[in-house]
Design a protein. Structure first.
Length: 185
């Protein structure tokens, strides 16, 4: 299955189950102009328990690997679980939306878009930057910071700096922001 086919299948299952979602991570960064090679798709979801069971059943029927137990645990812990297309190696991280203020705000700001001829919801460029700064802080990943630097180059002068400054301070990712030269963008 191609990434476009997997994305269409995933979005179709999420829509059919009535689960609000948004594309985030590297694919969303690519949508906003900072692409790089990746074999995973990151999607934030906000399901009820019944919706989650429905989407797991629907996805399993398409032939991908998905664990109902892992999905239910992710819902309970507000964490993530995987969907894997074993034929292509593509992996989807379905991330249950956290209940903290940033996650709620980020989700509310998502934008309707089309990616690979698939209508979906995608995180804003500012929210991708903030999320990647957080991931870099948690895992010291140079790749996350490279993505942020690329997004800053592509969107120079177009970003909501007040919004960025608020959440960068609130989430204590100032060191990562400074490392990519964000304060000078």
């Amino acid at each position: 299955m191609t990434v476009a086919a997997l994305l269409r299948s995933l979005v179709g299952a999420l829509d059919a189950a009535g689960i609000p979602f948004m594309l985030t991570g590297s694919l969303a960064a690519a949508f906003h102009g900072a692409g790089r090679a990746t074999m995973d798709i990151d999607v934030v979801i906000d399901p009820t328990a019944a919706q989650l069971r429905a989407v797991v059943r629907a996805l399993a029927d398409t032939g991908v690997y998905v664990s109902l137990e892992a999905a239910e645990e992710a819902l309970e812990q507000r964490s993530m679980f995987n969907v894997i297309d074993t034929n292509s190696g593509w992996k989807v991280d379905l991330i249950v939306r956290k209940t903290r203020a940033f996650s709620e705000t980020e989700f509310a700001r998502r934008q309707e878009a089309e990616y690979e001829e698939c209508p979906l919801w995608v995180a804003t460029v500012e929210d991708i930057i903030i999320a990647k700064l957080e991931w870099a802080k948690l895992g010291a990943s140079a790749r996350q910071l490279e993505d942020v630097a690329a997004l800053l180059r592509v969107h120079a002068g177009q970003l909501d700096s007040t919004y960025l400054e608020h959440w960068i301070g609130e989430l204590d990712v100032t060191a990562q922001w400074d490392e990519v030269g964000g304060a000078h963008s």
